[in-house]
Design a protein. Sequence first.
Length: 80
Amino acid sequence: MRNSKSTASEAQRQRILDALRVGPKTSYDLRRIGCYQTPTRILELRRMGYAIRTEFVTLYDRDGYMHPRCARYHLAGEQP
């Protein structure tokens, strides 16, 4: 059984993929599911063959703080 709370790199990559398959996610969204090294995990996924597009957006967190240039990731294609 996979530990859904694991902070291992492999577990984080899988959580990111599962989330991106549902739709675009910001780095803030991914932090909320336990992925704090998002840029590193995204780079690893790209090197594994996943096409992930990044755009920069301004968002407000649940406490009302503005975060300019927050990364939003889109899964553009799965590995072959």
